[in-house]
Design a protein around this ligand. Sequence first.
Ligand SMILES: [Zn+2]
Length: 661
Amino acid sequence: MAWVHHAAMFLPALLATILRLHDPAGVPTEPPVTYVLDYGTNHLDRADWLATNRAAPPELLHLGSDVPMTSNWGPVRKIGGENVAYGMGDFTLPISPDDVAQRMTKLTEMVRALHAAGVKMVMPYVCTMTIAGHHERRAGFWSFYDRWNDYAARFDLGPRPVADPFTWLQRKPDGEIHRFYTYTGDYYPGYQPNHRYAACVNNPAWQQWMTREVAMVARCGYDGVFTDNGGSQRCYCELCQKLFRDWAQKRGLKDDNLLHAPSKTGDARYAEAQRFWLENIHSYQALLRSAAAMINPSFKMFANGGHRRPQNVKLAFADSDFIMFEKSFGPLGTHPGLADGTNVNHNIVELKFVQCLRRRVKPIILTRSGYPKSQPPFEMNKASASLGCAEMAAFGNGGGFLIRPNLPSGAEVIRRWNTFHQRHAGLLSGNDSLATVGVAYWSEQTLFSAKHMTSVTALSDMLLASHVPFDFLMEENFNEQFLSRYSAIIMPDIAHADAARLAAVAAWARAGGRLLLAGAHPADSPLLAMTGSVTRIEKLPDANILGTWLRDAAAIVDDGRPELRRVYINLFARRHPARIVAHVLNYNTPLGVDALPPAPIENISLRIPLPRGLKPRCVTAFDADTDTAQALEWKSGSETLAVTLPRLLISKMILVELSPS
Ligand SMILES: [Zn+2]
């Protein structure tokens, strides 16, 4: 087996690593936030609800359509819920300008009271694209459009757009309207007897309405807005066709006709059309932010649409403030923890991807025990809720893990993590990840095929179980300067590659870096001809083999205890003040309503790499669940620091303070 031989060559490079602390590349970490999503319909004049929030205030509270006018219907009776909820009957009846004004007053009071209760950020729901109603019967949004001028001056809506809302809609290549939503019979089931339409984010009239909508949200005192259905722009309207011609010229594309873009993956024209639409969404997010920023300069954009779409996170939402990963489906649910005694659920790939983007955006994780039906054996409990918060601190760059209002122990978990975030804000801020192993996670590969993403996920599981701290490397990171941070890089299943990026990694490998090409790789890549520093395998090896290969990069010593393979570690570092922050998490935490708390794991040996020129001064472990700090025993070698963690229940954050050696 040839790769075993190569494996032996893989090790010395890791031993020869010259680890340095860098100034953060891009945006460094911020403390996470506790996060609650509450789509209730009855939040106005509710002292009891305010008291619940005061007792355990989430740092980010995400509400439903608690807005003066809903984005999809306009000024109607409906309040709370998301897009589909309350889309029928009396809920969709119009309300008068006086009613809207009164609602704005009440919403403003509610937001002020939530802030006074300790909630830092409150953000309601809008949809980026849905129009609800009936364009022929002039119902719903059309009824509002026909009465636009009754509201325009009072709520700063601007002049009524001349073109009818039917012309604001996304179009298919044949010119028909593009609906996106599954119909049963003649109507959209949630809106019967009305329709659900999808507007084009490039349409100036739709932009006018949505900028005014978001401005109204800001005027109620909200700190930002949640924009749902953020990734569904696939419009071939005349304006989009024109904008694509400009895009094609800028990008030097041969074919500038958007109508030629196929609707399925596998073609470069498909990929380019997706890039175009994602850039449309990116601009639209910026436009909505700028409208609200005139009222509140720090107004935040919180988009949905990250799950299984890393390319959207990078190309559409990198400059938004939050991106939600709505993880509804998984055979064992999606809550973090031990699902069935053997298998671990985690959100680390999503969190690490957003962190390694090193842009403004922060991850929000929504998990479920099952969907549409919950599965009690995989339900969240107090310990797994705490693990979810610990995971956000350990692998994210800020952001929040959803604690639902109905979790019985939710208030306790929120209070506990609020305290942790506040007490350790400094330690959670200004960090960058510290890893000598890089994994290419080229999200734009998914514009061609999902294979790369699947391989990255499988590889991540192997590295986590082997306790190898790793970074995801974006396409843009493939320049020689950035790659010099790493001693080993793995490129799994790359189907398309830019020549300059391959040249950069080739130069890095010639300078001593060790490269593993796993699975597909472009046939004309210069890397294929390289020997010695480049190893190629047809398929990813199993976790044991990879663990052997990268044994010397492991930050936890594997002493054979099976439960240790479900203990995951991540390292962050900061140069000024010089420190390493290690997070150690116990994924042996059982899921399930009636699950017992996890059994503590004792005497875990950590081996933390030491940056050149620095020596440890003090090692302290912090435990969010017990709100305790403990000095740890340590022993320093020239390149590594040995630390024994006496006891791990759910999570520990370990601070290594460094000084010049
Ligand atoms: Zn369009």
